[in-house]
Write a protein that binds this ligand. Structure first.
Ligand code: COA
Length: 227
């Protein structure tokens, strides 16, 4: 089973060897395969202005190989929505301590659409929800292509549009705010057969977070009988 590691400022030194392959994979996937040429760089690494010390990465590792990843940015810092696509959010970009912006989710081509176990992409979507609850987030803002919406709907992610979709470089793109809550996390875990939290927090003992219990120990909300 692949492991999902939280990598951020405090433990980045432990994962230093993964960053070069990570940025090269991003270049292969976003520039060479998806042809997002604005991200092209002559050194073959896709790194942007948001890859700062404040960025949090989820690295999906299998047998020591990086097979997928996702990036989360605190919305109190510059984000894609605040600096590049502010017009996608009718009420202006979200800047809240309890909301992080997600971007750069990918799975390497040979591990996509797996059916033998939980799909790597579903693992990442479950893991980021676990991360959010653990550090007290209530939502994720995302600038995304609209084909994500039915996928979110199917897996139980509740995405609220912040504006109308716009055509950008031939893609239909919009901004959304996704609820981050325990109910969604629990439902995702059930869908992919996880019975306990999945994140690895190596070297992050100093991070203020809630330790989540096993799923089986969580109680469903009490339903009050109708009077
Ligand atoms: N455009 C439209 N639909 C897409 C798509 C794209 N670029 N990429 C994936 N999808 C949808 C399709 O419905 C696809 O079904 P299909 O195979 O019948 O066409 C479905 O997602 C399944 O995608 P698949 O690629 O088999 O993999 P997955 O579900 O395991 O992983 C991603 C999904 C997005 C993580 C993976 O496709 C990926 O890493 N893509 C490259 C990175 C990327 O574009 N990330 C999103 C922007 S940050």
């Amino acid at each position: 089973m692949p492991e999902i590691h939280v990598v951020q400022r405090d433990n980045r030194r432990l994962y230093e060897n993964y960053f070069d392959p990570y940025f090269r994979l991003r270049h292969d996937i976003y520039v060479k395969q998806r042809k997002w040429m604005a991200l092209d760089r002559p050194d073959g690494r896709e790194i942007d202005q948001f890859d700062t010390e404040d960025a949090v990465y989820l690295f999906c590792l299998d047998g020591g190989q990086l097979i997928g990843a996702m990036r989360a940015l605190p919305t109190l810092m510059p984000t894609l929505m605040s600096d590049i696509f502010p017009y996608l959010s009718l009420r202006g970009p979200i800047r809240r301590p309890d909301v992080y912006e997600l971007s750069r989710i990918f799975v390497i081509p040979e591990r996509r659409g797996e059916h033998a176990g939980p799909r790597v992409e579903m693992l990442l979507l479950t893991a980021i929800m676990e991360y959010g609850i653990s550090i007290g987030l209530t939502g994720f803002s995302i600038v995304l292509e609209s084909w994500w919406l039915p996928r979110f709907e199917r897996c139980g992610w509740r995405a609220h549009p912040l504006g109308l979709p716009q055509m950008i470089d031939g893609m239909s793109v919009l901004a959304v705010l996704v609820d981050c809550d325990e109910t969604t996390w629990r439902s995702l875990c059930t869908q992919i057969g996880l019975t306990s939290p999945t994140l690895t927090w190596h070297g992050l003992t100093g991070v203020n977070r809630q330790i989540l219990p096993d799923i089986s120990l969580l109680h469903s909300p009490t339903v009050q009988p109708a009077r």
